[in-house]
Design a protein around this ligand. Structure first.
Ligand code: F0G
Length: 457
């Protein structure tokens, strides 16, 4: 098979830091072994997130220059609205500054004490916004999602039988059912079109609105084309259009498959809910023809939503993630299988069995990847989800993972080759990697600001 190339050439470049190990050691100690506390200028490969870190295209930068910054009725809004309506088919398109603003508005209006919302897996801001409104977020992902070594192709599927039972048991308490595509919590695992159709059928049979968390809809649609044989000859755009039409609305962070650094929208079919959402929007985000964005941001998002459906781009995107995962596997680093759409997850507990969960194997590995080659990744394990029980004992979560999320269009194959090489160097001396002790833990969302020091033994 021919090499899958980056389907673009580079017009604007930005230097990246090439520091020595000693310099990185100083930075890491000053950051108390928390990679969120590093200055970005001390990072060579920033794989902390794929959100808002995209390289925009010449067409997007060009569109920004013609943004119409009128307070009301901006030409840019109508252009943006047309693109989103063509793609999704929804009646009301409400711009917001990013995904969680759409969640906040939607759940403020629909969630109250006693509400309960099912999804495959709620993303953490989604869950937090539901809980903030007094509701409960319920994850009903298929059980294959928990088997890290399984090659099951659609680990983002919702368990349809459980969903149906759940709706029956909780009828009257469910303001909407959701589906996160791709399922970020499991590493960007897709849901199949068959599953999305089933989810739609079940929710509609119970009279429950179906809202998509559609951040990575294009990557999900491309997985459907690759893995569901009956859709292999359809265009990704056609698959994406069907997905949106199976639901009644969506929340959308443009910072992922919108290919922009900032922006998003809430889209709804329900006229009265949309009218209430616009009133709330005016209160907290801005007038309905710009929401929380500058008009130029809406221009860039309109172009990004079309570019992201280019199958040469999507083919390159998913091939890059797979190439990284396969490269790390060859070095002896276990990763969650199969690789997802936007990130590779390393199973740190399996890779570093000598470090107990209470000494944070994921965080220890993330620090080592930084020290060895300037890679910034994100721990998803005992730092993020571990806790003390009432007796002060450490309660470990089921997994200790390290997420390497790939920014869109930002790094080249030689960057990925070097990242794999660093993985190989770390694998050779993995027995020498030490655990960490947590020296400070904030009351919530502790991974952002916790502090550590190398464990004494
Ligand atoms: N939904 C999903 C599935 C997400 O992955 C995110 C963000 C959001 C909603 C919220 O969107 O950041 O624009 O407010 N995920 C980022 C990440 C932060 O790193 O995975 P936002």
């Amino acid at each position: 098979m021919p090499v899958i190339i980056e389907p673009f050439r580079i017009k604007v470049v930005e230097p990246i830091a090439l520091l020595s190990r000693e310099e990185r050691e100083r930075h890491l100690a000053a950051a108390d072994y928390n990679l969120f506390a590093l200055p970005a200028e001390a990072v060579t490969f920033d794989l902390l997130t794929d959100s808002g870190t995209v390289a925009m295209s010449a067409a997007q930068w060009g569109a920004m220059m013609v943004g119409d910054e009128s307070y009301a009725g901006s030409r840019s809004y109508y252009r943006f609205e047309k693109v989103v309506k063509d793609l999704t088919g929804y009646r009301h398109i409400i711009p917001v500054h990013q995904g969680r603003a759409a969640e906040r508005i939607l759940f403020h209006l629909t969630v109250g004490a006693g509400s309960i919302l099912p999804s495959n897996t709620h993303f953490d801001t989604t869950r937090a916004n539901i809980e903030y409104g007094g509701g409960q977020a319920e994850d009903l992902v298929v059980e294959e999602a928990a088997q890290t070594a399984s090659e099951y192709p659609f680990k983002g599927n919702i368990d349809l039988q459980r969903l149906d039972d759940f709706c029956r048991r909780n009828i009257g308490r469910i303001p909407s059912g959701m589906l996160t595509i791709t399922n970020n919590a499991g590493g960007g695992q897709p849901a199949s079109l068959e599953n999305i159709r089933g989810c739609s059928r079940i929710l509609r049979s119970h009279g429950i609105p179906f809202i998509l968390d559609a951040c990575r809809f294009a990557e999900n649609a491309y997985f459907i084309k690759l893995r569901e044989p009956e859709h292999a000859s359809r265009s990704v755009a056609d698959i994406a259009r069907e997905i949106f039409r199976l639901a009644d609305g969506c929340t959308f962070s443009g910072k992922k498959d919108g290919l922009v650094n900032m922006g998003g929208f809430l889209a709804l079919n329900d006229d009265s809910l949309a009218s209430e959402a616009r009133n709330l929007l005016i209160l907290t985000e801005g007038f309905p023809t710009y929401g929380g964005c500058a008009a130029r941001d809406l221009e860039a998002l309109a172009v990004g939503l079309q570019e992201v459906l280019d199958e040469a781009y999507l083919g390159y995107r998913l091939a890059t993630v797979r190439y990284l995962a396969d490269g790390l596997t060859q070095c002896g680093i276990p990763t969650v299988r199969p690789p997802g759409g936007h990130a590779v997850f390393i199973d740190a507990r399996k890779f570093l069995p000598h470090i107990p969960a209470r000494q944070y194997p994921g965080q220890s590995l993330a620090c080592e990847l930084y020290l060895s080659g300037g890679i910034r990744s994100c721990e998803i394990g005992s730092v993020m989800f571990g806790r003390q029980d009432d007796a002060g004992r450490f309660v470990e979560p089921p997994l200790d993972l390290v997420r390497l999320a790939l920014p869109r269009r930002a790094y080249t194959q030689s960057h990925v080759d070097r990242i794999i090489e660093i993985g190989g160097e770390v694998a050779v001396r993995k027995d020498q990697i030490r655990g960490l002790d947590m020296t400070y833990s904030p009351p919530f969302l502790r991974h952002f600001t916790a502090r550590f020091r190398p464990a004494s033994r």
